[in-house]
Write a protein that binds this ligand. Structure first.
Ligand code: NAI
Length: 285
């Protein structure tokens, strides 16, 4: 844990900051004069981030978001270093598991729940006391496009992202009485390590390798591959705006609108886009 004190610049605490969306957000806010609390289970990734962005701008600490006590202690230490303010809490750390629901081992599914939802819950409990005492503060969490219509083959992952979205909506109302804003960001397909590190548990023909996934990523439309810097810009816009849900790209929001009155139509579009969904198992003898 680095110990330098850099207040009273505006400050943002980011989980999952060593890679992808969290890393891009840390760099963008640092470039714009903010003081960054960058945390992750990967200490090595944080070291290179600090070298790239400057130790005066980036405070780092190893942190596993599933550990509530560790999160509270780490956030408290960061807020002290930041001169007592927490302008943005960014609950971003996440992991994936893919495959048919029944092929994903129960333990692996629980790890997704622990990281993607319990981690956000831990962040909310830890951050509220500091957010309450910082004017215009915001808690923003990374949900997903899979929290528009629940996505097959990442069922539990999608369910955790719905949970994040639900918590966001509820707290965006509750925390008005504390003067704390609450929002989430719902990215489509972002070009980060998670696309490569998410194991396919079904091992079937639908398990595309990385090269194939990239080659087949749509070149246009809501699920085109987008650089993580675009999500970072959206987090910046969220701090300076007043929406609850921030879709990246914006067209992802249309799925939510369509799903509200035609959920079966959305499901049938998803099934057409994923032909393996339509194959039934051979009859059991
Ligand atoms: P990434 O794999 O590049 O970054 C995720 C970071 O979270 C990694 O540095 C990892 O070490 C860290 N992490 C994992 N478990 C942790 C834990 N228990 N405690 C602390 N840190 C932990 O992936 P990416 O894409 O940047 O992911 C960030 C968030 O964006 C995740 O919540 C992910 O579910 C979400 N997301 C990503 C999309 C994509 O297409 N890349 C689309 C929609 C949402």
């Amino acid at each position: 844990m680095t110990t330098q004190s850099q207040g009273p610049r505006p400050s943002i605490f980011i989980t999952g900051a060593a890679s992808g969306i969290g890393r891009a957000t840390a760099k963008l806010f640092a470039n714009r004069g903010w003081f960054i609390g960058a945390t992750d289970v990967s200490a090595a990734g944080l070291d290179t981030l600090r070298q790239e962005s400057g130790a005066d701008n980036i405070w780092t600490s190893a942190l596993d978001v599933t550990d509530k006590n560790q999160l509270e202690t780490t956030l408290g230490a960061f807020v002290s270093a930041a001169g007592g303010r927490l302008d943005v809490m960014f609950n971003n750390a996440g992991i994936g598991e893919s495959g048919w629901f029944e092929d994903v081992p129960y333990g692996a599914a629980l790890r997704v729940v622990q990281t993607n939802f319990i981690g956000v819950l831990n962040g909310a409990y830890a951050a509220l006391p500091f957010l309450k005492t910082t004017p215009k503060s915001l808690m923003i969490s990374t949900s997903s496009s899979s929290a528009t219509y629940g996505m097959p083959r990442i069922a539990v992952y999608a369910a955790t992202k719905f949970a994040v979205k639900g918590l966001t909506e509820a707290l965006s109302a509750e925390w008005m009485r504390h003067g704390v804003r609450v929002a989430d960001v719902l990215p489509g397909l972002i070009d980060t390590a998670i696309l490569r590190s998410t194991p396919n548990r079904s091992g079937d023909a639908a398990a595309r390798n990385d090269a194939e996934l990239y080659a087949n990523a749509p070149k246009s439309g809501p699920f085109r591959l987008i650089p993580p810097e675009q999500v970072a810009e959206t987090v910046w816009a969220a701090y300076h705006g007043d929406q609850i849900h921030w879709y990246v790209p914006k067209e992802i929001g249309r799925i939510d609108q369509l799903k509200a009155f035609a959920p079966k139509m959305v499901r049938s579009r998803i099934m057409k886009a994923m032909p393996q969904l339509q194959k039934s198992d051979p009859p059991k003898s």
